[in-house]
Design a protein around this ligand. Structure first.
Ligand SMILES: Cc1cc2nc3c(=O)[nH]c(=O)nc-3n(C[C@H](O)[C@H](O)[C@H](O)COP(=O)(O)O)c2cc1C
Length: 169
């Protein structure tokens, strides 16, 4: 077997790809996320890890609601849009059908499989990502679907590489 054993183990887990969105003071933000997990059943709680290099991190530090959109196998273009461009340089939502929920969180119209969470905490444990934990407030789905998996998008080049250059909060 070749490659770093930890990388091999993580690749085997092959999580679904999600797009996390949020907004603050009229500024919309969102990025492709591979680091995410349910963290409690009752109450329902969830964690997403945001890179300190990302525009979404900068906006999310002071935002209190986040939407997690679970991508389907047909959403490669959306993964490219949110994973290879940065909101530091332009509005990634432009041209998409986007609704704001009652908390002002951007909901991507073409992603019916999603939930909104209310932020509980942000943990910076010294890594290049921070952990945002949240209580699930609402969820919706259009039924069974095949998720877009990380193995489908490993070729994408992140719009903001997490190489230690954090954006100013
Ligand atoms: C396959 C893949 C997985 C990614 N996973 C994460 C992740 O878990 N958390 C994160 O913050 N960024 C992740 N990114 C990087 C961001 O999606 C990317 O840098 C994006 O362009 C940042 O946009 P923003 O600056 O508008 O927030 C991933 C990118 C790719 C291609």
């Amino acid at each position: 077997m070749s490659g770093d054993p930890f990388d091999v183990l993580m690749a085997a887990a092959d999580p679904a790809a999600v797009v996390v969105t949020t907004a603050l003071e009229g500024v919309r933000a969102g990025c492709l996320v591979g680091f995410h997990s349910q963290s409690s059943m009752s109450p329902q709680q969830y964690c997403v890890w945001l890179s300190k290099a990302n525009h979404t991190y900068r906006v999310g530090l002071r935002a209190d609601h986040f939407a997690v959109h679970v991508l389907t196998a047909d959403d490669l273009a959306l993964a490219e849009r949110f994973g290879t461009r940065t909101g530091e340089e332009g509005d990634k939502f432009e041209g998409l059908a986007v609704d704001l929920d009652e908390q002002g969180v951007p909901l991507i119209g073409q992603c019916p499989h999603r939930f909104v969470m209310h932020r509980l905490s942000v943990l910076d444990d010294g890594g290049d990502h921070v952990c945002v934990t949240g209580r699930v407030r609402s969820a919706s789905t259009a039924g069974a679907f095949a998720p877009l998996r990380l193995s489908d998008i490993v070729h994408l080049k992140p719009g903001r590489p997490s190489d230690g250059h954090a954006v100013r909060p």
